[in-house]
Design a protein around this ligand. Structure first.
Ligand SMILES: [Mg+2]
Length: 356
């Protein structure tokens, strides 16, 4: 079954509320869509969102990679060589993980549609999943208000962004803790905003006051693996690598040297589902659980991540609230409070008529 055509398009999606982290404030996202057209009319779809400050990919570079080397690798190939084609996407160019993720999910979508099964079934399981809700970094009172609002809306796990003006972080966590019930789990994400010794001091203080922190993401700079290990070794709270782990090779380094306790997998960082599977399997061998996360992305690419997470036994934490920040309605995920439901139709979900 030949791949007859590959099309790429661009759109902007506004956010209803600005999304603030230690690295950036987003008010809208850009999304690049790729569709893979099979000779029998089946269409596979993938999407990617650029993040200059994380992946280094721009909308233009994603489009250029998809229309250039990735298209060359897939054009007029037979989808029955699915695994070979997934590898060809990864080998088509250096870097460009977001473009590769879009092509990889489009190929997974096309292949599972061709087999007429949902993607989670191709990947082998369908466990229930939920999402945490993010509280953006801000002044302590505003963050406490936001946390309270989300708990009242039914979220039992909050992801708290910290690390911008770190001197405020203890006050932020104390204010949030006072505003919400004790059984609500807090996950912190410093987005590289702390120095290693400062991170240890802050985390030990949170442990002392019983702040109820489930785990902490990326306390220090992405490339500072020694600093990451220093933090991991000096606190009780589990430390999760996010910006430090892009590829399966990065995961191997972190897992084998125990630089962190947990890994955050995002399709835009690792280049798609094939590499996400490698990372989750590699971590499983070492009994290191993983979280599935996303950038600020469209619901379609988050949907692909949700299929993967729902199917993999070593992905046990889920951070998939990005589509809930967008003005447009979620396309392939049905959000019921913190619970996510995936479409049982073939592939990742239905493709709109206008995209055919
Ligand atoms: Mg993170």
């Amino acid at each position: 079954m030949l791949i007859e055509d590959i099309k790429v398009s661009y759109r902007e999606i506004p956010l209803h509320t600005p999304f603030k982290t230690a690295l950036r404030t987003a008010t809208e996202i850009e999304s690049i869509t790729v569709t893979i057209h099979l000779a029998n009319g089946v269409i596979g779809k993938g999407e990617a969102a650029p993040t200059w400050v994380i992946t280094g990919d721009s909308a233009q570079s994603i489009q250029a990679a998809l229309e250039g080397p990735i298209k060359t690798a897939l054009f007029h190939q037979d989808i029955r060589h699915f695994q070979t084609l997934l590898t060809a996407i990864q080998n088509s160019c250096v870097g460009n993980t977001s473009a590769k993720a879009a092509a990889d999910m489009a190929l997974y979508d096309a292949y599972s549609k061709w087999l007429a099964i949902p993607l989670y079934q191709l990947l082998g399981d369908h466990q229930p999943i939920y999402t945490s809700m993010t509280v953006g970094v801000d002044d302590p009172a505003k963050m406490a208000d936001d946390a309270k609002k989300w708990v009242e809306a039914g979220y039992s796990r909050l992801k708290i962004k910290v690390g911008a003006k770190p001197e405020l972080d203890i006050t932020r966590i104390t204010a949030i803790r006072e505003a919400i019930p004790a059984d609500v789990l807090l996950r912190l994400d410093a987005n590289q905003g702390w120095q290693p010794k400062q991170a240890v001091q802050l985390i030990q203080k949170m442990e002392k006051i019983g702040a109820g922190i489930e785990f902490i993401e990326q306390p220090v700079k992405a490339k500072d693996l020694d600093g990451l290990k220093f933090v991991t070794d000096h606190v009780q709270t589990p430390i999760m690598a996010d910006e430090s782990v892009f590829s399966p090779q990065d995961a191997f380094t972190i897992v084998s040297g125990h630089y962190a306790d947990l890994l955050n997998i995002k399709l835009m960082k690792c280049g798609g589902i094939q590499n996400a599977l490698s990372i989750a399997n590699l971590a499983m061998v070492h009994r290191m659980p993983c979280m599935i996360g996303s950038m600020m992305e469209s619901s379609f690419s988050v949907g692909a991540a949700a299929h993967f997470a729902s199917a993999h036994p070593n992905v046990i934490y889920y951070d998939l609230d990005a589509p809930l920040w967008l003005i447009e309605e979620a396309e392939v995920i049905d959000y019921q409070g913190e619970k996510l439901y995936l479409s049982s139709s073939a592939g990742i979900g239905a493709v709109n008529e206008s995209e055919k």
